[in-house]
Design a protein around this ligand. Structure first.
Ligand SMILES: [Zn+2]
Ligand SMILES: [Zn+2]
Length: 284
């Protein structure tokens, strides 16, 4: 059904706007389409905002990713650029649980295309705590995957100017030193998970999923005009219940739309009936 997009991407090189090692999961994903990923040298993505608060992020998640990608396009003669941006907070459907939304953008200047991959995952260690000694700090660390996952320590959640911020803490010795220094500023201190990709293997895996989502869209050419990015924009519920035939909350079909020629296609899911557990009548 999808047209091949090989002529769009095969043999090209994409510059990746990152300095946090994201190429280790993004490059293998893009290699499937014959695209070589190269890290944009001298690119300081922290200029566009840091998780550890020194620099606030500019705009929304999508705006921040776009700003990074456009900065690389402006600074180089690259015609294919990738940028990624994470956002952490309560899950929209389960607000008691933290979530990681990863967005990855591909800007293709040659074909005037912007494609995106996106994942919303509950798989994250995003957390923080107030602690007063090493023992409490290590107890927090044990809950969030320290030391394979890095920590950030500061005197308080909104650090005062001229108080140190310790990032990328990955050993008990580093943690101990950070606590000793911070205790000269404050009796309690604020610890949080370091969400930078190279400090957070769990996040790196979610970025890999977002990259896979991007690659899937890149590979799906519009059946009418061939433009890449022919992906489902909408999922329509209403798959009939297996027992009573009433429409359920389960997805019945997905609506695809081309961003270039606006061609639309509604494709039914392979299943013909929904499990009664998803039925309002059989399982109210
Ligand atoms: Zn099209
Ligand atoms: Zn039913």
């Amino acid at each position: 059904m999808f047209k091949s997009t090989e002529s769009y991407f095969q043999g090209r090189t994409a510059l990746l706007a990152t300095k946090h090692g994201k190429e280790q999961v993004i490059a293998p994903a893009l290699a499937r389409l014959g695209v070589t990923v190269v890290v944009a040298s001298d690119f300081d993505s922290d200029r566009f905002g840091t998780f550890s608060r020194e620099i606030p992020r500019c705009g929304t998640q999508a705006e921040a990713a776009l700003a990074k990608a456009e900065a690389v396009l402006a600074q180089t003669d690259a015609d294919l650029v990738i940028a990624s941006e994470g956002s952490f907070g309560p899950h929209p459907q389960f607000p008691m649980l933290p979530s990681d939304r990863e967005l990855i953008l591909l800007l293709d200047r040659r074909h005037d295309l912007v494609l995106r991959g996106e994942v919303l995952s509950l798989d994250t260690n995003f957390s923080h705590a107030t602690v007063s000694n090493l023992e409490e700090a290590l107890a927090f660390g044990a809950r969030v995957g320290f030391p394979s996952h890095g920590l950030i320590a500061m005197a308080q959640a909104e650090p005062l100017p001229n108080t140190p911020i310790f990032k990328g803490i990955q050993s008990e010795e580093q943690l101990q030193r950070a606590i000793a220094t911070l205790q000269t500023h404050s009796s309690t201190l604020h610890l949080e998970t370091d969400m930078r990709a190279h400090m957070n293997p769990t996040r790196m895996q979610v970025i890999a999923q977002a990259a896979a989502d991007l690659v899937q869209g890149m590979a799906q050419g519009c059946p009418q005009c061939g433009s890449p990015g022919f992906v489902a924009r909408e999922h329509l519920p209403g798959l009939p219940c297996e027992l009573c035939g009433a429409p359920t909350s389960a997805i019945k079909a997905s609506r695809y739309r081309c961003q270039r020629c606006l061609y639309e296609l509604t494709l039914p899911v392979p299943e013909t009936a929904a499990d009664p557990s998803q039925c309002y009548f059989c399982n109210p």
